[in-house]
Design a protein around this ligand. Structure first.
Ligand code: SF4
Ligand code: SF4
Length: 442
């Protein structure tokens, strides 16, 4: 099998054996959901409901007029008991709609999509995707309708489905591909039609052999030219720029987007959610996550309603066998540390990991070994950028392309001196962006 990949990066221990073979289990309707009004890249939402309202599962409960935003729908039926600040997995606290379950299972569905996808209007499909609240379920949570709406003068010729799932421990995309290939492929057809592309690729890392075999068989029946591409198991193979380079050999320019090279990349679980919405008429109200790490009694892949509080998920998994010292939402390379079991599942939650050791390295001075440079998939100089960030030389850091850093964490991972390079670089990026917004030049 000829494997494609990108230059640099790092080979990690996949650590997927805890859950890769575990089928998706639905955890059912929780007694309460908490739906933060900000769970996508873009503008925060405004509630369309108020305290005391009774809502149905699938009913739109928040939206905003901004283009880069995706509406939010109730994931259970029940009563809105509060709109208040609540724990948020990436923002500390944020305003959220709290719904108490009334046990009525009332649902509000939309009309299923007609089967002749290739005859549907692209603009109609983009609106349909937006109204379904679809965002990238790989973690970035970028609104999908924006991705499939090329600006004037740009043409998208190719859609890539990202089935790499290169972060260690996470296996939710793997299980979606094995168990729901039909909805993945239906979603892919919709995405292709929505953006006007002519062909599609599905990139899957070679450690998911059953997915490669399955999709290689199924794509023969696709109505659009579709190729399955085996990818090397290397991190960060699933990042947009790296998967485009690996599959098409096209390089996204610095500061550019995939659409600058005629490509849209979507996660396989996003495609599956779109395919399901086409069949069942239910907007994005649940997702599959991986729960793993040595502290959890029963690791697995769970389908959970959005807004389910982590405490309930831990209880569903049988609780802890050891007290976790570190809880991460997402994968260990790019995930976000959590301090409370009260955080809810949001659209971008790919998993929760529970570790008994905090994985903190002792820090030493840089030994100029160059490993961070050799590993950086964006060909940056991480040791230098971190130094510039430390001394607050933000203009120089920008000149050295700090904003091209995709925060993959490779440099910190490979550094034998234990220097938290990515953290320094992230701080510099945040400060540069803050200054740009505030009109500060230096
Ligand atoms: S975190 Fe940024 S600087 Fe470090 S390896 Fe990744 S892209 Fe390069
Ligand atoms: S990997 Fe660490 S020790 Fe080596 S050059 Fe980079 S910062 Fe210095």
């Amino acid at each position: 099998m000829k494997l494609r990949t990108f230059p640099q990066g790092v080979f990690l221990s996949p650590a997927k054996e805890l859950t890769a073979h575990r089928s998706i289990v639905e955890i059912g309707s929780p007694p309460k959901v908490v739906l933060p009004l900000w769970q996508h890249t873009g503008a925060p939402l405004e509630p369309l409901v108020k305290r005391g309202d009774v809502v149905k599962k699938g009913q739109k409960v928040a939206d905003v007029e901004a283009f880069i935003a995706a509406p939010l729908h109730a994931s259970i039926s029940g009563k809105v008991t509060a709109i208040e600040e609540w724990w948020h997995p990436s923002m500390g606290k944020f305003r959220a709609i709290v719904i108490e379950n009334d046990g009525q299972e009332e649902v509000e569905r939309r009309e299923p999509l007609p089967k002749d996808i290739e005859n549907l209007d692209s603009l109609f499909l983009r609106k349909w995707i937006r109204e379904g609240g679809m965002v990238g379920l790989g973690g970035a949570a970028f609104p999908t309708h924006v991705k499939v709406s090329p600006p004037a003068g740009k043409i998208i010729d190719t859609v890539i489905l990202n089935g790499a799932e290169c972060e260690p421990y996470l296996t939710c995309d793997h299980r979606v591909m094995v168990e729901r290939p039909d909805t993945v492929l239906l979603g892919l057809r919709i995405l292709v039609r929505a953006c006007g592309a002519k062909r599609a690729y599905i990139g899957i890392e070679e450690n998911k052999e059953e997915c490669l075999t399955l999709f290689a068989k199924l794509v023969k029946y696709m109505s659009i030219p579709t190729e399955v591409v085996p990818l090397a198991t290397k991190y960060p193979q699933g990042s947009e720029k790296q998967i485009i380079l690996a599959i098409l050999g096209r390089e996204v320019p610095p500061g550019g987007l995939p659409l600058d090279v005629g490509v849209v990349v979507n996660n396989v679980q996003t495609a599956s959610a779109i395919g399901r919405m086409a069949e069942e008429g239910m907007p994005l109200v649940e997702r599959v996550i991986t729960v793993s790490g040595e502290c959890i009694q029963t690791p697995g892949n769970l389908e959970v309603p959005l807004g389910t509080v982590l405490e309930g998920i831990v209880a569903f998994c049988g609780g802890f066998v050891k007290t976790p010292q570190k809880i991460i939402m997402g994968g260990p390379m790019t995930g976000i540390a959590q301090s409370s079991l009260q955080v809810p599942v949001i659209k971008g939650t790919s998993g929760f990991l529970f570790f008994s050791r905090p994985y903190e390295k002792k820090e030493y001075p840089c030994i100029r070994c160059g490993r961070c440079v050799d590993g950086c998939p964006m060909f940056l100089l991480p040791y230098h950028l971190a130094r510039l960030a430390e001394f607050q030389a933000f203009l120089e850091a920008e000149e050295h392309r700090v904003l091209d850093c995709m925060e993959c964490g490779v440099c910190s991972y490979v550094c034998p001196a234990g220097i938290p390079l990515t953290q320094f670089i992230k701080l510099a990026k945040a400060e540069i962006i803050r200054r740009k917004k505030g009109g500060v030049t230096r």
